[in-house]
Design a protein around this ligand. Structure first.
Ligand SMILES: Nc1ncnc2c1ncn2[C@@H]1O[C@H](COP(=O)(O)OP(=O)(O)OP(=O)(O)O)[C@@H](O)[C@H]1O
Length: 303
């Protein structure tokens, strides 16, 4: 059963379809990276998934139930926009207060547990206003965790964080997913960081889903090749085709050989060497995720 299934989802503001006929499937247990430029409709989609705004059309099911089902709503934790924290209260006090306001059993115990979960155990007594942005985001996740959700919806939690903050947050997300089995629906326009943890991706452009793909399918789609720099490249390429039967060998504009469908660097190196070619450079070129998405989105998506 999927954690989220959105079908034909639309949101119209005035005459504009901000979200346009979206079909999204987030499998249970996934870390689903929802990727698109600013203004592409990510927040609007996430707000509909959380039941914060009404779709203009379409249907959303969470764990097989309609999004407005009260039982299912208790399974969602959200971090959308800034977490509502009191700056002069400590991280711990904020959590206790939030816990009390949503009627959590044993709010003090839960507050301590939630702080530990997000790696803020040692900063429990710090005033919220003195926490770094990354710590504030983790406090926001701790608040979202108070209700023991099965699904966390995180809207651009990485935005504005420094590299250390990003790494800490990434570890927290991975831990919640792996240790507690929580499904994560996380939006971002920063691709690299997400690629280290995401198991699935949905790519949205101008309100339309342009691709939905698992990280496994993505790895298969990305076209890696062996890069070989060698004099007499045409003869070398012909020899490689004849002896090692890769899918394809091309000569790049810079005169390097690109071999597709073969990853055995040693075999190529050996073949060329024993036939008198002096290999200057040889390595496996892997198309990185950024390149892949930029191709799909047609330009710089961090703009
Ligand atoms: N309440 C609203 N009324 C009118 N237009 C809106 C409203 N909310 C969002 N929009 C518009 O919908 C489009 C998508 O916005 P949305 O916030 O969903 O995008 P996003 O991908 O999350 O981008 P960002 O990262 O900048 O928030 C934008 O053009 C935005 O101006």
């Amino acid at each position: 059963m999927e954690a989220i299934r959105a079908t034909g989802l639309c949101k119209r503001y005035g005459t504009k379809n901000v979200v346009d006929n979206l079909d999204i499937v987030v499998p249970k247990g996934a870390i689903y990276g929802f990727i698109g430029r600013n203004g592409s409709g990510k927040s609007t989609t996430q707000k509909m998934v959380c039941g914060l705004i009404q779709p203009s059309a379409g249907e959303i099911q969470l764990f097989g139930k309609p999004v407005l089902d009260t039982q299912v709503r208790s399974k969602i934790g959200t971090l959308i926009e800034q977490p509502g924290v009191y700056p002069n209260m400590s991280a711990y006090e904020n959590l206790v207060l939030q816990g009390l306001s949503i009627g959590v059993h044993h709010p003090r115990k839960k507050a301590v547990e939630s702080l530990e979960l997000v790696g803020l155990g040692k900063s429990a007594r710090k005033k919220a206003k003195n926490l770094s942005l990354g710590m504030k985001q983790r406090l926001g996740i701790a608040i979202a965790m108070l209700g023991q959700p099965e699904l966390l919806v995180l809207d651009e939690p990485i935005n504005g964080l420094d590299p250390e903050g990003i790494m800490d947050l990434r570890q927290v997300i991975a831990r919640l997913n792996q240790e507690l089995g929580i499904t994560i629906f996380i939006s971002s326009h920063i691709l690299g960081e997400l690629s280290k943890i995401a198991t699935h991706y949905g790519i949205i452009k101008e309100g339309k889903l342009i691709q939905q793909i698992s990280s496994q399918e993505l790895a298969d789609n990305r076209r890696d090749f062996l890069y070989v720099k060698v004099p007499n490249n045409r003869e070398a390429a012909a020899l490689i085709m004849e002896q090692l039967h890769p899918e394809e060998c091309t000569i790049s504009p810079n005169d390097e050989i690109h071999i597709f469908g073969l990853k055995d660097t040693a075999a190529v190196n050996k073949l060329l060497s024993i036939n008198g070619f002096s290999v200057q450079e040889i390595f496996l070129h892997q198309q990185d995720l950024e390149e892949y998405f930029l191709n799909l989105m047609g330009g710089d998506c961090s703009a």
